[in-house]
Design a protein around this ligand. Structure first.
Ligand code: FES
Length: 74
């Protein structure tokens, strides 16, 4: 889905950059999202925030999987 119509930036583009550890400001500089009319800024910021908050959970899941199912269940 295109989030920023002015600069043709998709939600996938934003999520990919956020998962790479980039902040909203970094992503804005890189992709140009929310640099024209600004209508997409709220949606773009929300996407970045969701990725940031989901990151630690994914890291915990990965760490648990690395130790095997017996230790995860304990
Ligand atoms: S829709 Fe993103 S700047 Fe206009």
């Amino acid at each position: 889905m295109i989030v920023c119509v002015c600069n043709r930036v998709s939600d996938r583009d934003i999520v990919r950059h956020a998962h790479a550890g980039m902040s909203f400001d970094d992503i804005q500089l890189e992709l140009g999202v929310a640099t024209c009319c600004g209508c997409c800024e709220g949606c773009a910021r929300e996407l970045v925030a969701q990725c940031s908050s989901s990151h630690p959970v994914a890291a915990l899941r990965d760490a648990g999987a690395a130790h095997g199912p017996a230790q995860v269940a304990a």
